[in-house]
Structure formats: structure tokens, C-alpha cells
Design a protein around this ligand. Structure first.
Ligand code: DX5
Ligand code: ZN
Length: 227
């Protein structure tokens, strides 16, 4: 996984057919997805429940790009090894998930996985400052985590801009997640984001038997993002 700041579209399988993840992943990759974003929710840190390490391991063999695993769970540390063994390329933990995020990021890297730090909309990006040298990615949430299909929180664009200044020339991706579509993509990329997670805006209108809309949706987001 080499580093660059080109725009990457990361479809969230939260909006895919849960009974057919393997073929859904193959379909969005064939239609131009750069990364595959996997939303793990525990019904405690966020008010929704999705899936755990066995499912992540089962879908890993269908991912040929980058498996980007967003952990919306608390605590995080007891599950790091299981998600690393499941084959995550990136494991992203929330700053708000516990008091020892520094330790969590060290543990993720210690497990041989790239480390991501996620920030809820209510968290100032400046809180990430002391942790940046432990991060390969910072995820700025553009909705409150828990559900797909929510409205983009436009005030987060300014937070992305401040984070981009803080990062300088360090090789750290900036990812945004929530409400990203052709209308909102340009604003976050202009502010400095390079990885755009999109669930409903990628999967709407298509299916494994009719995947062409996935490609149209991905191209529309990418074109809008690049301006
Ligand atoms: C929200 C998740 C997102 C979500 C994005 O908690 O982290 O990845 O699936 O969905 P859309 O793109 O539909 O807002
Ligand atoms: Zn996510």
C-alpha cells in the first residue's frame, strides 16, 4: 500500500446487500472502487450493530484493493488482534472510544496494520495533534456515526482544512465518511481529504446483477471531487 494524495473512493459495504457481500465487493471493485470500507458497529459506542471479525475475515478474500476497517466499538484494544488476523489493511479507531487512544494506535501498528484515528463531528481536530505521528490515516466524520444515508454536516469541511494544515507533509491520509456524494465531494477534497467513503451514493440504483450504476455513481463522485 503506497502513499499518495490522489482521490480514492471507498464504498461502504454498509449499503450493500448483507446476504451477498462477496459479489457486492467484486462488483464495486470491477466498477472502479479504490478501497473497500467496512463499518464495524457494536450497539454500544454507536446505536447500531453490524458485524465482527469472522465476517471481516470471510469477505477479505474478495477484496483485491485495500480493506479499510472502521471500528465504531468501545473498548477497541481487546479486538485489535482479531481484526488484524481477519486481514484488515487499515484499522481505524475512534478518539472518543476510550481514554488511551495513544496506546490503541500503538497496538494497531504493533499488530502489523496501518493505524487510523477517527473523530466524531463534536471533536475538534486539534485533539488529534499529539497522536498524528502514530497515524497513517485520520477519518473526519461528516455525519454522526451509526447509520448510512444521513445528511452531510457541512461545518466539518473547516475541520478537514485545519487537519490538513496540521498534517503538513506527513504521509497521512485524510478520509471523510458520511453524506459524501457528487454534491458534497468537492468541498472535502478542496479542504484536503483524499479518501472519500460513500455508502448510499455508490450503491443506489444498482445490484450485483445490475452493477453498471455502481460504476456511474463512483465516476460521478470522483469527477465532482476532482473539480
Ligand atoms: C456511518 C458509517 C459510514 C456510512 C456512510 O457510521 O461510518 O461509512 O456507511 O454512509 P453514507 O455514505 O450513506 O452516508
Ligand atoms: Zn465508516
Amino acid at each position: 500500500m503506497s502513499f499518495d494524495r490522489s482521490v480514492k473512493i471507498a464504498p461502504s459495504i454498509l449499503s450493500a446487500d448483507f446476504a451477498d457481500f462477496g459479489r457486492e465487493i467484486q462488483a464495486v471493485e470491477a466498477e472502479g472502487a479504490d478501497w473497500i470500507h467496512v463499518d464495524v458497529m457494536d450497539g454500544h459506542f454507536v446505536p447500531n450493530l453490524t458485524f465482527g471479525p469472522p465476517l471481516v475475515k470471510a469477505i477479505r478474500k474478495h477484496v483485491t484493493t485495500v480493506m479499510d476497517v472502521h471500528l465504531m466499538i468501545a473498548p477497541v484494544d481487546p479486538y485489535i488482534d482479531a481484526f488484524a488476523d481477519a486481514g484488515a489493511d487499515i484499522l481505524t479507531a475512534h478518539l472518543e472510544a476510550g481514554p488511551h487512544t495513544h496506546r490503541t494506535l500503538q497496538a494497531i501498528r504493533g499488530a502489523g496494520v496501518k493505524a487510523g484515528l477517527a473523530l466524531n463531528p463534536g471533536t475538534p481536530v486539534e485533539a488529534a495533534g499529539p497522536l498524528l505521528d502514530l497515524c497513517d490515516l485520520v477519518l473526519v466524520m461528516t455525519v454522526n456515526p451509526g447509520f448510512g444515508g444521513q445528511s452531510f454536516i457541512a461545518s466539518q469541511v473547516e475541520q478537514v482544512r485545519r487537519l490538513r494544515d496540521m498534517i503538513g507533509d506527513r504521509p497521512i491520509h485524510i478520509e471523510t465518511d458520511g453524506g459524501v456524494d457528487p454534491k458534497t465531494a468537492r468541498s472535502v477534497v478542496e479542504a484536503g481529504a483524499d479518501v472519500l467513503v460513500a455508502g448510499s451514493a455508490v450503491f443506489r440504483g444498482g445490484s450485483v446483477s445490475n452493477p453498471a450504476p455502481y460504476g456511474e455513481n463512483i465516476r460521478a463522485i470522483r469527477q465532482a471531487a476532482q473539480g
